[in-house]
Design a binder for this molecule. Structure first.
Ligand SMILES: Cc1ncc(COP(=O)(O)O)c(C=O)c1O
Length: 411
């Protein structure tokens, strides 16, 4: 019988050693570093800090208000009506048709739902899948920084190398000569993002033409991250790569429903690409996640045909409200965001701290969480800028600026 005395003898040092050996082997095992990014993403870090200090969270890019009731109702209905099993690999046909109709209506471009659209669990996944479909070890991808933080790890996870080109400062325009100079025989792709996170800059038709001229006599593929396509302000408009016939033929265009319907937590998106690219994309997708949340696809398919006020009107009101309030603080805004739901502001009048330390200090001491813009540079370049997300309720924005107003100029 097992008692406390014979337990001792059963679990002799030798036995315990033998039992724990696999564990020690496991912890000392060298696992590959698949990419060069270290630690947790800044978005998780700042949101956790916001929680720790009970700060108002203007850091991570997500709305704090309710989604359209018709959309949540449609999601519930889809589940209640039994749409709970695997959807087709490429996405529900009615959702792909609704996406195609939306591009025809808004941009006048024809997209074939069967051969050019694939529904994905968010845009981040779509970007990774597109990279995986095209990259081989040794390839290079040009990344224009500051950039969304998944791009470089995704490139490296595919054995390729990111070649970074900084945006011009001030103003965040593209340094076309630098892009041209970065191209080598190994350049497989260029990833671009418009409207741009974190700067709020948007590309004009002329920017696409510049890019077309640079890649014209090459096999370079374009990844166009257009997740904020519907968030453009002051009467300006988004130019999608799909409108640029020459570039469209060599592009993956990536989109997120989260940024359009304020439901970032649904993690739903899609990829639009020419048939040959779509086939390559689906070759990866079918073994990566195979198919995407069925009730959410039903709900979105239905909601795409609902009449809704354009999301940019709501977000522009929020941007203007936030900018109006921010004018009473010591933060400086060089240019209102032209797109996205982010506003970059300088704190040079307030502090000399590096931006990461400043953002931590702001969260800890003043209860407002933001993102330091250096987090969008692989070399941590910092210009005393932080990024605010203004996709929040007016009371959230007002409460945060009340706190920011109390911060004086540096002595
Ligand atoms: C530029 C950019 N691309 C992609 C994404 C991710 O979109 P999703 O949540 O659909 O993966 C974000 C989210 O913040 C983003 O800012």
């Amino acid at each position: 019988m097992l008692n406390e005395h014979n337990v001792d003898s059963i679990l002799s040092t030798k036995t315990i050693g033998a039992m724990l050996a696999p564990f020690f082997m496991f912890v000392s095992m060298q696992l590959p570093q698949k990419h060069s990014a270290t630690g947790t993403t800044i978005f998780t870090v700042m949101s956790a800090l916001a929680q720790q200090y009970n700060a108002i969270n203007l850091s991570q890019g997500f709305p704090d208000f309710h989604i359209d009731e018709r959309l949540s109702q449609a999601l519930g209905d889809a589940a209640a009506n039994g749409y709970n099993q695997y959807a087709p690999m490429a996405g529900l046909p009615q959702l792909r048709q609704a996406i195609a109709a939306s591009f025809a209506r808004r941009y006048g471009v024809q997209v074939d739902p069967d051969s050019e659209i694939t529904v994905t669990p968010g845009a981040t996944y779509a970007i990774y899948t597109a990279f995986t479909a095209i990259l081989s070890p040794g390839d290079e991808v040009i990344v224009i920084e500051p950039a969304y933080d998944s791009y470089i790890p995704n490139i490296e996870m595919n054995g390729a190398r990111a070649v970074v080109v900084p945006l011009l400062s001030p103003g965040f325009g593209v340094d076309w000569q630098a892009v041209q100079d970065a191209i080598t025989t190994r350049t497989k792709a260029i990833i671009i993002n418009t409207p741009h996170n974190p700067t709020g800059a948007i590309w004009s038709r002329a920017d696409w033409d510049q890019l077309a001229a640079i890649v014209r006599h090459t096999d370079i593929i374009i990844l166009a991250d257009e997740v904020y396509e519907q968030l453009v302000y002051d009467g300006e408009r988004h130019y999608t790569v799909l409108e640029h016939e020459e570039l469209r033929a060599r592009s993956f265009a990536l989109y997120s429903f989260g940024k359009v319907y304020n439901n970032t937590g649904w993690k739903m998106g899609y990829c639009i690409a020419p048939p040959v690219f779509t086939q390559a994309f689906r070759r990866i997708h079918q073994f990566l996640c195979f198919t995407v949340n069925t009730p959410a696809q039903y709900a979105l398919a239905q909601h795409l045909s609902n009449d809704s006020a354009p999301i940019h009107e709501l977000m522009q009101r929020k941007r203007d409200y936030f900018l109006g309030l921010l004018a009473d603080t010591q933060f400086t805004v060089h240019e209102p965001a032209r797109g996205s739901y982010f506003q970059v502001a300088s704190y040079e009048r307030i502090s000399n701290l590096p931006d990461k330390e400043f953002a931590e200090w702001l969260t800890r001491e003043h209860g407002v969480a933001t993102i330091p813009v250096s987090a969008f540079y692989s070399n941590g370049k910092e210009d005393k800028l932080i990024r605010f997300c203004f996709a929040k309720k007016e009371e959230t924005l007002a409460a945060s600026v009340e706190r920011l107003k109390k911060i004086g100029v540096a002595q």
